[in-house]
Ligand binder design. Structure first.
Ligand code: PMP
Length: 430
């Protein structure tokens, strides 16, 4: 066990999960690559979702952060804050929400917590609908709306939550249905739930489930849900913590694949927007945002430092059309991985949108998840110089691939070749 890992084990909580039998200490990064403390270089196919949406050590962000740090870092409350106003204006503009108001937090969990605060206050109800297999954070309120029970450290909750079908199609009662029939079945499930409970505040959903293994419903599911929800006055909260900022390639926001009936009432975001700085937030119609009888609710959400980083990052990703890059390079990567998968019985499906790609592994000849194979591929990919993620439902069943949005075609090819080797070695070991 390396020395830092022993010290980590002695002083940090046991549940602070680390990847790999011999965990990596990342010391620096550039573009789509990171280096560990031994000087080894890795192509990073996971950091794009974790923190770094565009590129490691992006010069525009580094410059904005260091210049802002040298000037002032202050609270986001009590005094006017120019970068916060500027970023809020930009986000309101790209949000698609009319008369939008933006509130900044320091994490995705806090963003979802704020969305729940708003929705429950606005609707005077603490009943919330969430999706099976979902992940929305691990604070006291967000645990209650996280359907993926493997990620719930407590079963207690201040909310009364009911879970509905729709986020996952790989397995489950509706897996065999075509798109239309799947949507109809999920809508019938939603109607059934709504018919038997007190009026809920909101339905919260990730347009593509992240921790759940990059599963996505057919386009239009949430538009169909929206029709039913609106008839009951129930709000739609889109958790874009993983899917925002062009990640899915086709759209800037994940909800836009479901946009027939207009934008969600509330959108939450975090992770990649700060390109590593802790920025989260909520954007909602003014009447919803302003329903709180509150003073400010965060000291650190929206500090000049994090706002300067996010402004530089958002400007960069828009000016360089990184959404288009995600669509093009992600499309090539998905095709390439599907070709590999067709030859390997342990790979059940390669699914995804843009640079959000899930690879579902099964025990060959069955439809059973294979967490052991996932672990083997993760280690083998690391040995080959590639970092990837994992996820899934109650079992860890999928590899998760989410590089920074600036991934080049050559890097996609390099990563796919390493992953192919890793998948073959897992196939050979079973
Ligand atoms: N929502 C989603 C969809 C997420 O994937 C995550 C983090 N994995 C969160 C919320 C919570 O974000 P954070 O870890 O920044 O609190």
């Amino acid at each position: 066990m390396n020395d830092l890992y022993s010290r980590h084990r002695r002083v940090l909580p046991d549940w602070l999960a680390l990847y790999y039998d011999d965990p990596i200490e990342i010391t620096h990064g550039e573009g789509r690559y990171v280096w560990d403390a031994t000087g080894r270089r890795y192509l990073d196919f996971f950091g794009g979702i974790l923190t770094t949406s565009t590129a490691h050590a992006l010069p525009a962000v580094t410059k904005a952060v260091s210049e802002q740090a040298a000037r002032i870092i202050h609270s986001s409350t009590l005094y006017l804050n120019r970068p916060m106003v500027e970023l809020a204006e930009r986000i309101a503009q790209v949000s698609g929400i009319p008369d939008a108001r933006v509130f900044f937090t320091t994490s995705g969990t806090e963003a979802n917590d704020t969305a729940l605060l708003l929705a429950t206050a606005y609707r005077r109800s603490n009943t919330v609908l969430a999706m099976r297999n979902s992940y929305h954070g691990r604070s006291f309120s967000t645990v209650g709306i996280t359907g993926n029970r493997g990620w719930s450290p407590t079963s207690l909750s201040p909310l009364h939550t009911l879970y509905v079908h729709g986020g996952v199609r790989t397995r489950g009662p509706y897996a065999e249905l075509d798109d239309r029939a799947f949507i109809d079945a999920c809508v019938a499930d939603l109607r059934d739930v709504l018919g038997h409970i007190r009026p809920p505040a909101a339905l919260i959903a990730e347009p593509v489930q992240g921790v759940g293994g990059f599963t996505s419903p057919p386009d239009g599911l949430y538009a169909a849900f929206r029709e039913v929800l609106s008839a009951h006055g129930v709000l739609w909260i889109a958790d874009e913590v993983q899917t925002g900022w062009g990640r899915t390639g086709e759209h800037f926001w994940g909800w836009q694949a479901h946009a027939r009936n207009g934008p969600p009432d509330i959108v939450t975001f975090a992770k990649g927007i700060g390109n590593g700085m802790s920025v989260g937030g909520v954007v909602a119609r003014a009447e919803i945002m302003n329903c709180l009888d509150a003073n400010s609710i965060s000291t650190f959400g929206g500090t000049q430092l994090t706002m300067a980083a996010a402004l530089a990052n958002l400007t960069h990703l828009l000016e360089h059309d990184l959404q288009g890059n995600a669509r093009r390079v992600g499309g090539l990567l998905i095709e390439r991985l599907r070709t590999v998968a067709a030859r390997l019985p342990g790979v059940r499906e390669v699914r995804g949108r843009g640079l959000m790609i899930g690879v579902e592994l099964v025990k060959p000849g069955t439809d059973d998840a294979d967490p052991q194979a996932v672990a083997t591929v993760l280690e083998a990919a690391r040995d080959g110089g590639l970092l990837i993620g994992k996820g899934g439902g109650h079992d860890t069943s999928a590899l998760r691939i989410a590089p920074p949005l600036s991934l080049t075609v050559a890097e996609a090819e390099e990563g796919a070749a390493i992953l192919e080797e890793a998948l073959r070695s897992a196939d050979a070991s079973c």
